[in-house]
Design a protein around this ligand. Structure first.
Ligand SMILES: *[C@@H]1O[C@H](CO)[C@@H](O)[C@H](O)[C@H]1NC(C)=O
Ligand SMILES: *[C@@H]1O[C@H](CO)[C@@H](O)[C@H](O)[C@H]1NC(C)=O
Ligand SMILES: *[C@@H]1O[C@H](CO)[C@@H](O)[C@H](O)[C@H]1NC(C)=O
Length: 361
């Protein structure tokens, strides 16, 4: 009897370790069609609650309406807030065993491997998961994967800067015509902006940053704010390199990529929580996100088999002056992140203003 007990204890123990270490994480591989999942999601109640990282409340309205138009009867209950605030709230839900969110899509890439290890994520491969670049996903557990490439380009207003033909480098911003014309996000308020400055200064040194400060840039919170200000006719600031406008950024806006340092790009990363209250809704949403149908509409796809439509380059891996896998490593290195954040805080002061989700420009 005692031997049986020992074996049972050992088995129990190994199961516990497997959970802790994230072993035994064979994913469920989806084989149903979108239509079949859609019907299961409707039967479940027709709702999926998503927390999406971002810095404007209405930033994901297009995603919401696209999804709801595609799947009538479904509600995409999406909340946008800064990833660095949302991840702590997810931890709280996990700790209290009170998960009310189905799907999370965040910029804090360092959280996903940790949550996977903690057993917090659903090991589930949506259709199309196998096509995602290996560097953008957890291939073994299928618990997280990028769904769209985000990046900061150089953007400027051609109406407000009629004499500027091209901005081909970060050094260009030190030229006299950009004095009082720049609007930038505080690098000490957003880690992806921090990484942008880090990469530039690895090439151009702190001398470049000293020169930039002499241009008297306007510092703002949120990465959507610079492009809003650049686009508006009634603000003098007319160029930025800390905003995402995609390849069709709007009237009078031109974009370019730098040739003297890398620009930031990363796979905005998605996962379904294991205890999601609406698992079928979440599965429908994630299968849609990775579908060829949806991936063809994003600026730069995470799928190897889908060419970008708007970019001058075929896909993210063939885009010069960026390394979309570097940001995840940076985000895991919290010691470097903190050291850099305080370097900039010391030069710029702490970020002023409320969260951009509350603040008006
Ligand atoms: C929608 O999401 C919010 C924020 O997560 C949550 O408080 C609310 O209960 C959700 N609504 C429904 C109908 O699930
Ligand atoms: C602008 O500069 C970039 C970077 O050097 C270059 O790739 C691009 O072709 C230039 N565009 C024009 C219109 O000259
Ligand atoms: C520019 O116009 C917007 C929209 O009309 C307004 O909210 C904002 O206060 C104006 N800003 C300045 C600096 O005039």
């Amino acid at each position: 009897m005692s031997r049986l007990l020992t074996i049972a204890l050992l088995l129990g123990q190994s199961l516990a370790y497997d959970t802790v270490l994230g072993f035994n994480s064979h994913p469920l591989v989806e084989t149903r069609s979108l239509d079949e999942i859609y019907h299961a999601a409707l039967k479940e109640g027709g709702i999926v609650t998503v927390w999406h990282g971002g810095d404007e409340k209405d930033q994901q309205e297009t995603l919401k309406s696209t999804f709801e138009d595609r799947f009538p009867g479904m509600t995409l209950n999406i909340t946008v807030d800064l990833s660095k605030y949302l991840d702590g709230k997810i931890d709280q839900q996990l700790y209290n065993n009170d998960v009310s969110v189905d799907s999370i899509i965040l910029q804090t890439l360092q959280d996903f491997p940790r949550w996977q290890q903690e057993g917090a994520l659903l090991n589930y491969a949506p259709v199309g998961f196998d096509k995602v670049y290996p560097a953008f996903k957890d291939s073994i557990s299928a618990s997280w994967y990028g769904y769209s490439i985000f990046f900061w380009s150089i953007s400027w207003n051609t109406e407000k800067l009629p004499n500027v033909k091209n901005i081909s480098s970060y050094s260009n911003f030190l030229e006299p015509e950009f004095k009082n014309k720049l609007v930038l996000t505080y690098p000490n308020d957003d880690d992806a902006v921090l990484f942008a400055f880090y990469q530039i200064m690895q090439q151009l040194g702190t001398k470049w940053f000293d020169g930039l400060l002499k241009q008297n840039p306007r510092w703002v919170r949120g990465t959507a704010t610079p492009l809003t200000i650049v686009s508006a006719a009634n603000y003098s600031q007319s160029a930025t390199f800390t905003s995402f406008g995609g390849f069709n950024p709007g009237k009078n806006i031109k974009i370019a990529f730098p040739n003297d340092a890398n620009f930031v790009s990363w796979p905005q990363t998605a996962a379904i929580l294991k205890n999601a209250p609406h698992p079928e809704g979440a599965k429908l949403f994630h299968n849609y996100l990775l579908s060829a149908e949806y991936q063809q509409t994003v600026s730069l796809s995470v799928r190897q088999d889908i060419k970008s439509s708007g970019s001058p380059y075929s896909d993210i891996m063939h885009t010069p002056h960026t390394n979309p896998t570097a940001f995840a490593r940076f985000m895991e290195d919290r010691v470097t992140v903190e050291r850099l954040r305080f370097f900039f805080e010391n030069r710029l002061g702490s970020a002023e203003g409320l969260s951009p989700l509350i603040d008006d420009i």
